[in-house]
Design a protein around this ligand. Structure first.
Ligand SMILES: *Cc1c(COP(=O)(O)O)cnc(C)c1O
Length: 397
């Protein structure tokens, strides 16, 4: 079948929940993707902040192949070595005390919400606890994660959501304070909002939220699914602020392509929340997924990924700032590290489509923001190439 035939077939068989770009991908190598016609693309999307190490990383692939030949799956009723090793490395990277592996980001958020509710339940045995989430947040598409997602457009048709969620304004401490009461059990937010527009939490805001949580024994849940795993130049974005969450979530780059997520918590939360029988998953934490996470964390350290992001961030930001200065249609640059957005005064779809034609993957965050979340192994030359193509795309507007 040729590309058009594959796409026609896909549109007959797959549920149409995505407006897909008209490309069928076949393989990836480093920071490049190839479609089934052999056309090469420079990838500044990375499967949306997933492929941190780039495609076709030999050590990563070899580890997975080795694991496939050993053991792909076993029940969580038994221990397996990759899960034990991965948990140790996740703890070391995050400074959290206990790890629960999931299959996706949304499931990590679900687990975090359950842990927070159980923690509150154990204190007063009431079932009317509230969670404060942020406007414009994104936490995933399952019912619990959707319930704390601050985008009414995603939620409306699926109401009723899980109850007792209140939405505060991100980076506005007064709006958080106004919602806190005796029933509040948790505050959940992304450390850097991704989908919502590449908005980092203000340091003052995060510190004040932490202080409020400490004062009232409310749990702070930080969603690091997109902004974590080195993307902002820190293993987890909260580490830059020195504000530690009680519960945190990870996924996306944690498995670098193999579906694996996690929620982690402090010992205090672990001791007072979920116990045997409270939560589970068949696939979560299986040997193949955990071998991926284990290898990813191993390679992050070995290949100095975080140092690389830190070193190259000023260059990336500088080049993007030049675009902001040059083009009237770009209002500003936002973001942190290798998680950057260009805010346009108009929809960015034509820019993305033109760039794609020219061999560059970019993606939007909302209609007007061009989002760049490349593999963390990009070089200066890749940035130059990206800028060149974006310029071409802008010229064609
Ligand atoms: C992608 C994302 C999720 C959802 O992760 P899935 O693996 O798609 O379920 C949750 N939170 C944030 C911040 C994300 O970027």
């Amino acid at each position: 079948m040729n590309m058009t035939e594959y796409i026609d077939q896909a549109e007959k068989d797959l549920l149409h929940t995505y407006n897909r770009y008209q490309i069928v991908l076949e393989k990836g190598d480093g920071v490049n993707l190839y479609d089934i016609n052999g056309k090469k693309y420079l990838d500044f999307v990375g499967g949306i902040a997933v492929f941190a190490l780039g495609y076709n990383n030999k050590e990563y692939n070899d580890a997975l192949k080795d694991q496939i030949d050993k053991l792909i799956h076993t029940s969580n009723y038994y221990y397996n070595v990759p899960a034990i090793e991965a948990a140790r490395l996740v703890k070391k990277a995050s400074g959290m005390d206990r790890v629960f592996f999931t299959n996706s980001g949304a499931e990590a958020v679900e687990g975090a919400i359950k842990a927070a509710r159980k923690y509150a339940y154990n204190k007063d045995h009431k079932t009317d606890h509230e969670i404060i989430a942020m406007e414009h947040s994104f936490h995933g598409r399952t019912m619990g994660a959707l319930s704390v997602t601050g985008n009414p457009k995603y939620r409306e048709a699926f109401e009723p959501m899980i109850g007792n969620i209140r939405f505060a304004e991100y980076n506005n401490i007064d709006s958080v304070k106004a919602l806190i009461n005796d029933k509040t059990c948790a505050i959940i937010m992304e450390t850097v909002q991704g989908e919502g527009g590449l908005i980092p939490a203000k340091e003052e805001f995060l510190k004040e939220v932490r202080a409020l949580c400490d004062e009232k024994d409310i749990l702070l849940i930080l969603d690091e699914i997109q902004c974590g795993m080195g993307r902002t130049g820190y293993m987890f974005a909260w580490q830059r602020y020195g504000v530690k969450p009680d519960i945190m979530t990870s996924a996306k780059a944690l498995g670098c392509g193999v579906p694996v997520g996690a929620f982690m918590m402090t010992e205090k939360v672990a001791e007072n929340s979920l116990v045997a029988g409270d939560h589970g998953t068949t696939y979560g934490g299986n040997p193949l997924a955990c071998r991926a996470a284990q290898k990813v964390l191993d390679l992050f350290e070995k290949n100095h990924i975080i140092e690389h992001v830190r070193e190259l961030t000023p260059y990336l930001e500088g080049e993007l700032d030049k675009l902001v200065a040059e083009y009237d249609c770009i209002i500003e640059r936002r973001g942190s590290g290798f998680m950057q957005g260009l805010v346009f005064d108009r929809p960015v779809a034509p820019v993305i489509n033109k760039a794609l034609e020219e061999g560059l993957f970019t993606i939007n965050a909302g209609p007007n923001i061009l989002r760049l979340v490349p593999p963390l192994v990009i070089t200066k030359d890749d940035i130059d190439e990206m800028i060149k193509i974006v310029r071409k795309a802008l010229a064609s507007l």
